[in-house]
Design a binder for this molecule. Sequence first.
Ligand SMILES: Nc1ncnc2c1ncn2[C@@H]1O[C@H](COP(=O)(O)OP(=O)(O)OP(=O)(O)O)[C@@H](O)[C@H]1O
Length: 248
Amino acid sequence: MMQDDKVIVCEKLTKRFGDFIATNEITFNVHKGEIFGFLGANGAGKTTAMRMLCGLSSPSSGKATIAGYDVYTQTELIKKNIGYMSQKFSLYENLTVRENIEFFGGIYGLSDERIKSKTDELLRVLGLKSEANKLVASLPLGWKQKLSFSVAVLHDPQIVFLDEPTGGVDPVTRRQFWDLIYEAADRGITVFVTTHYMDEAEYCNRISIMVDGRMEVLDTPTNLKHSFQARSMDEVFYQLARGAKRGD
Ligand SMILES: Nc1ncnc2c1ncn2[C@@H]1O[C@H](COP(=O)(O)OP(=O)(O)OP(=O)(O)O)[C@@H](O)[C@H]1O
């Protein structure tokens, strides 16, 4: 791949809290349109790393650029060029589906015309036309997650960060969610995703696994299974994570 194809460039990125090193010299690149899985047991340092990559927390040392922007000095430009979805903060439950889409379109600074066409397109693609005027609170969790993802890429960001986006739903619903991820990646949106589900890990182009603040491995699911002589990603993860000191 070409040099300028890299949308995340990270070199020895570190975050300390006093004497404690939450994220320890992580070095990796992510390419345009890639689906990059960011795995690790509880407490491994994923959220801390992700917050630095999104321009929400200043690193203690190391370097990183996101969509070409520096994580120390260009955090506003980073925020304009990324989308973000987490399990916890997503949609307004007390607004309708349509109102949520319009709200986020407004936040992202899309024109009224663009918001209208995007809203119609989204409702059609998600099969939510007849639910447009229903409160988000009334939707099943799987639909909320799909809507939440669609809203996170409404402004066609260069990268979308997904923090455990599919918690609490069954594998079939998760698979449908991943169809949306593939579509976004096909459109050139880079996807950076944390998950605890190993079936989802298999869907990623490459996976990194964090152990106690360090990025222990980074490769394709196939290569990882091969080098750990494991039948599944579950086994790879277990072999790495059982040595971890942190977590619960
Ligand atoms: N503000 C903070 N001050 C001190 N320690 C912190 C702070 N934020 C995180 N930590 C510690 O850093 C470590 C990594 O936490 P982090 O939330 O990044 O892990 P994680 O991999 O995202 O785990 P999880 O999957 O549970 O969210 C944990 O031991 C946590 O207690």
